[in-house]
Design a protein. Structure first.
Length: 95
């Protein structure tokens, strides 16, 4: 293998590795339970509203519920919730 071929092969390998990073970042493991056992999206909305949050959207992301909310000051946050307990697994503040 020539030097040029090695560099090209390394560049391809690096690009493949970098392509996997975004997928891993959003791949929280919240539960191993089947979706049929999860709390409902209505439960998610009610729980977050009871905490004083305005729920904009709730969706399923992998093994988590992903909720887009605003607090009383209008700050946006994305929450990853355990679908069995509705506990927050991770949160990301949005600008």
């Amino acid at each position: 293998m020539t030097h040029t071929h090695r560099i090209a092969a390394l560049a391809v390998a690096a690009l493949i590795g970098l392509a996997a990073v975004p997928a891993q970042a959003s791949d929280e493991t919240c539960t191993k339970e089947p979706q049929t056992a999860w709390r409902t999206m209505a439960d998610v909305t009610a729980s977050l509203a009871a905490q004083g949050l305005e729920v904009r959207e709730v969706e399923i992301e992998g093994s988590c519920y992903e909720a887009y909310v605003r607090d009383k000051d209008g700050r946006r946050t994305k929450l990853y919730l355990d679908p069995m307990t509705l506990a927050t697994v991770r949160s990301e503040k949005k600008s």
